[in-house]
Ligand binder design. Structure first.
Ligand code: SF4
Length: 183
């Protein structure tokens, strides 16, 4: 059965399936257009996301918003979320068992939204959904499965290495083109 995004968010808010549920201030289910053609999936909430209960609102989020806007997209048009819905302490990489525990929520969100294109931001998202580890090799190439997947760099990686910015911009423009083309 297809659950609504609100029902899924309610389940996430109460969730204690993994240890991250104990240390969070706010779970971060994600936000945006419930009928989005394009869905963006990152790794996990950071400090500011945990404080506000909203995805991608820290430095990396501001960069992502800017790149989306430069491509002619607003945050309200797309849906933004992450593989893991609660902040890992000190922003450590999520553990495999945490990803396994949390992934059913993401899968239900994908079913509810049914986007044409999913843009995976970084290695954790790419590996969790497609089993692909090497972002640098896989990025920019559409992968057609039940829908189109694209892999790109996580905005936090771009903040650490600004040379990756042009690739992130290119990939977001390609994702937009694939999501909104009428063919
Ligand atoms: S990270 Fe996911 S599985 Fe773990 S407590 Fe939060 S919502 Fe539940």
């Amino acid at each position: 059965m297809r659950e609504s995004l609100e029902t899924i968010a309610g389940e996430i808010d109460k969730c204690t399936r993994c240890v991250l549920g104990r240390s969070r201030n706010h779970a971060v289910p994600g936000e945006g257009n419930r009928n989005a053609r394009l869905m963006l999936i990152g790794e996990a909430p950071g400090r500011e996301e945990d404080e506000k209960g909203r995805p991608f609102v820290g430095r990396a989020g501001r960069l992502l918003t800017q790149v989306l806007n430069d491509a002619g997209l607003t945050r309200e048009e797309v849906f933004i979320t992450s593989v893991i819905k609660c902040r890992p302490p000190n922003n450590r990489r999520p553990r495999k068992k945490e990803i396994r525990a949390c992934l059913p929520y993401l899968r239900k969100q994908i079913t509810a939204i049914n986007p044409r294109v999913i843009l995976l931001l970084g290695g954790v998202a790419a590996e969790s959904l497609l089993g692909i580890r090497k972002v640098g090799e896989a990025r920019g190439k559409p992968i057609r499965k039940d829908r189109v997947y694209l892999i790109t760099y996580h905005p936090a990686a771009v903040l650490r290495n600004i040379n990756l910015l042009s690739s992130l911009s290119e990939d977001i423009r390609l994702a937009k083109k694939l999501a909104y083309s009428e063919t």
